[in-house]
Design a protein around this ligand. Structure first.
Ligand SMILES: Cc1cc2nc3c(=O)[nH]c(=O)nc-3n(C[C@H](O)[C@H](O)[C@H](O)COP(=O)(O)O)c2cc1C
Length: 346
């Protein structure tokens, strides 16, 4: 079965790859992922907080650091909390590049414009084939309008684009007021890919210690429908290739994401749970599904359920919303009819 796809301009034998995670901090695991057939390696992020906190010798970079906000420093995790410091991260890019033949996608992760974005150039120089820019921000400032937040995202992307010529993907949160407009702006800013989505990590409260407790819960397939919705919407009109990130655990999950328009399928929770070889198992099961359903290639499936075929996506979404609310009543009616039948029989 021809599973080939194009992501960030790379022709890949299939769409499956590990998403950004600590899996690739260890070179043995990277090799296991390649053995399992990973089409690309997405690296764990290098965080703005690390770059702003570190006094780097690199002269141009150190100069640009002047733009960063000083109060950000007070919340910084200790350097030891990060698996790899900035210099070690560059070394890890070089090591992974030397160890695998597939494209290596480095990841920069932050929320504010600033000189730290210039680090993209060093990642490209270290050998990264592409860059994923993860913009993760909780919009907490009541004085900052939605448009300004989106403009800031686009400005950050332009800053990175200005530093590197390798393909750039942006990993987004689903919680923008006008995601479709933002995606179009990012398309205009020259990104080659959009990764849908970041997960919003929701901390818990320790009510005895009065502390915020970070909680990391691995995903399950229930997180996929939000991705499917936006893949279907965006694949109808944006030029950048699309990756799904979040909630892919099985071949059926992957098939749904690809039907909605995904060009790449990233998995993290499933690989953390079942090990790197799970990537190969999902790839094989996807090929089998395509054969059983008489598809000739993955490209034939790709985008077949995109909103591109829908004359009025907004009306379609609205109709589905109303239908879903009404389906509860239909389910209740069926349940009470079944109960009545049972009662009659008794
Ligand atoms: C332990 C862990 C570490 C992660 N680290 C990063 C990271 O460094 N950068 C990033 O962009 N996403 C990171 N993620 C998010 C994943 O890349 C992915 O978007 C998310 O887990 C949803 O995908 P999944 O449902 O396949 O797990 C991390 C996720 C986990 C579970």
């Amino acid at each position: 079965m021809d599973l080939s796809t194009t992501y960030l301009g790379f022709t890949l034998p299939h769409p499956f790859m590990p998403g950004a995670s600590p899996l690739v901090d260890d070179l043995d695991t990277v090799r296991q992922l390649e053995d399992a057939g990973a089409a690309a390696i997405v690296m764990h992020s290098l965080f703005e907080e690390q770059l702003v906190g570190e006094q780097l010798a690199h002269a141009a970079y150190a100069e640009a650091l002047g733009e960063s906000s000083p109060e950000a420093h007070s919340y910084l995790p200790a350097p030891a909390a990060f698996a790899l410091g900035p210099e070690e991260y560059l070394e890890q890019v070089r090591r992974i590049k030397a160890a695998v033949a597939v494209p290596v996608i480095a990841s920069l992760n932050g929320s504010d414009p600033g000189g730290w974005l210039a680090y993209a150039r060093l990642l490209a120089q270290a050998g990264a084939d592409a860059l994923e820019l993860n913009i993760y921000e909780l919009a907490t400032d009541p004085a900052q309008p939605a448009g300004a937040i989106e403009e800031q995202v686009v400005a950050m992307v332009r800053a990175v684009r200005g530093c590197v010529s390798i393909p750039v993907a942006v990993k987004l949160s689903p919680f923008y007021t006008a995601l479709a407009h933002l995606a179009a702006q990012l398309d205009g800013a020259g990104v080659e890919g959009l990764v849908l989505f970041n997960r919003l990590y929701q901390p818990d409260l320790d009510v005895e210690q009065l502390e915020v407790v970070p909680s990391l819960r691995l995903s399950d397939s229930s997180e996929l429908p939000l991705r499917i919705t936006w893949l279907a919407v965006l694949s109808a009109y944006v030029r950048p290739s699309l990756a799904v990130s979040g909630g892919v655990h099985t071949a059926l999950d992957a098939v749904k994401a690809i039907m909605a328009g995904a060009h790449a399928v990233q998995m993290v929770s499933a690989l953390l749970r079942h090990g790197p070889q799970h990537l190969g198992a999902v790839r094989e099961a996807t090929a089998q599904w395509l054969e059983e359903h008489e598809y000739e290639s993955l490209r034939q499936l790709q985008g077949s359920m995109s909103y591109a075929r829908c004359p009025d996506p907004k009306a379609f979404a609205r109709v589905n919303y109303v239908k879903v609310l009404q389906s509860w009543r239909a389910a209740e009616d069926t349940a009470s009819r079944t109960l009545a039948l049972r009662r009659d029989k008794a």
